[in-house]
Every structure is written in structure tokens, then in C-alpha cells.
Design a protein around this ligand. Structure first.
Ligand code: ATP
Ligand code: MG
Length: 233
């Protein structure tokens, strides 16, 4: 589905991504784990085209997308659930959801408003409320629902459980597992080792703009001390 090959990204003179290599197989969930400021969001923004890489290739469904505008990349079937949710606070839940609606599939796996409301019944109840009236958890549901309504086959999720109470965080992790079961490919940015190991098939650890370690979740399950050491590199 996605492959990054020696990706280098800069902000001005600041060399943030220093040769990132990673892969997401079709139908898998891959976690990108790392501390604050290590380059996780920059990786996500390089993939979707907000901060195009200066060097390296980003191959999505067999096509080199590095340098393409975000709008073209989105049309190829990629969606973003951005860090901090970024919903429209003055628009209603329904308006937020239908803004990006794209009917690209006709089968029953396609997402429409009703199907998103089935996945997140609280959004249906809050349909006429404005974004700013929602709880953090509901805002995150809205950000995920909005991404699903573009009918993507690949979703970038940047710390979707950040700042949520444990109960709602658990509920949302369950929803991500449901998406995984439905065959969705996901690149999940996380700071939490347990969430990464629970949800992902494969985990990469990022430190200072580089991937410093990687392994299948099963393989890393018994190596939490090692993961912590790599995270602190
Ligand atoms: N727009 C920007 N201009 C300049 N430097 C930036 C910009 N955005 C991020 N950086 C720097 O790039 C580095 C990587 O930031 P990035 O946001 O990718 O980290 P992150 O791993 O997502 O962190 P967090 O977990 O806190 O979200 C940091 O040193 C950050 O200060
Ligand atoms: Mg970030």
C-alpha cells in the first residue's frame, strides 16, 4: 500500500526527517512510535504532501506521490485524521462530516453518513451540535468519521487517542480494531507503547528523524524494555 524510501524532509535549514524507510502492507495497521518532537507528524505530513520531501520516494499503490499536491494524493484514496483533530468548531457535526464526502464505491463497504452514525452512535445524537460543543472523544470520532466519508483505503492517524480519558480511549481503540477487521490499511502515530502493540501488526520506533527499530507487534510484545531504550535514543 505504502512505502517510504530514504525520505528526507526539511523545514527551511532544519533537517527533520533524515532518511526514513517504512512500509505499510495492504490491510495492515502499522504504528509509528516515538516521543515528542521526533518527526512523527512530519512523516505524516510528508506522506500526505503538506511538507513534501526534499529527497527520497513515497510510493502509494505503486505510484511515486512525492511532490504531488495533497488534494491529488487524497483523491488516490488516502485520508488524514490529523493530530489535535482539527474539526470545524463552528459547523455542526453533520456539516463537518458531509464536507469531505466522496462516493467512490458503490458496494456495501462504502461509507455514507448513516454508516458513520452506525459506527459512532454518539455522533448521530450530536448531529445538529456544533463542533465546539463536543467532548474530546466525540471530536475524535468526528475526525475519524470525516476521514471515512472520503471513502479511503488508507488512513493516516496522528495520535488519535491523545488527551482522552481512559474509557473513551479504550472505546476508540476498539473502533480502530473494527476498521482493521474490515480491511482498512492504517498508519497510526502513537506515543503509547501499549496502544501501538494492541492495534498494530508492525511497529516502527522513530527517534530524531530516523527509524531506529522495528518489528512485528508479536515479536516486540516481550521486548518492552528494549522498545523503551530505543525510544530514548
Ligand atoms: N512548521 C515547522 N517549522 C519548523 N520546525 C518544525 C515545524 N514543525 C515541526 N518542527 C520541528 O520538527 C521536529 C519534528 O516535529 P514533529 O511535529 O514531526 O514531531 P512529532 O514526533 O510529531 O512530535 P509530537 O509527538 O509532539 O506531536 C521538531 O523538532 C519540531 O520542533
Ligand atoms: Mg506530532
Amino acid at each position: 500500500m505504502l512505502q517510504l524510501d530514504e525520505v528526507h524532509t526539511y523545514y527551511g535549514d532544519s533537517h527533520v526527517l533524515q532518511g526514513v524507510n517504512l512500509e505499510v502492507a495492504r490491510g495492515s495497521v502499522v504504528a509509528l512510535l516515538g516521543q515528542n518532537g521526533m518527526g512523527k507528524t512530519t512523516t505524516i505530513h510528508s506522506i500526505i504532501g503538506f511538507t513534501p520531501p526534499a529527497r527520497g520516494k513515497i510510493i502509494f499503490k505503486g505510484i511515486n506521490i512525492s511532490g504531488l499536491p495533497p488534494s491529488s494524493i487524497a483523491l488516490m484514496g488516502m485520508a488524514l485524521v490529523p493530530q489535535g483533530r482539527r474539526i470545524f468548531r463552528s459547523l455542526t457535526v453533520r456539516e463537518n462530516l458531509i464536507l469531505g464526502y466522496r462516493k467512490t464505491k458503490t458496494d456495501k463497504t462504502a461509507y455514507d453518513l448513516e454508516r458513520v452514525y452506525e459506527l459512532f452512535p454518539s455522533l448521530k445524537l450530536r448531529s445538529a451540535n456544533r463542533g465546539e460543543q463536543l467532548s474530546g472523544g466525540e471530536q475524535q470520532m468526528l475526525a475519524i468519521g470525516r476521514a471515512l466519508l472520503t471513502n479511503p483505503d488508507f488512513i493516516l492517524m496522528d495520535e488519535p487517542f491523545e488527551g482522552l480519558a481512559p474509557g473513551i480511549s479504550k472505546e476508540l481503540r476498539q473502533k480502530v480494531l473494527e476498521l482493521k477487521k474490515s480491511g482498512m490499511s492504517i498508519l497510526l502515530v502513537e506515543q503509547n507503547i501499549e496502544a501501538a502493540l494492541q492495534l498494530a501488526d508492525y511497529v516502527y520506533i522513530m527517534s530524531k528523524g530516523k527509524i531506529v527499530h522495528g518489528g512485528s507487534a508479536a515479536q516486540l510484545q516481550g521486548e518492552k524494555d528494549i522498545i523503551k531504550r530505543f525510544i530514548l535514543l
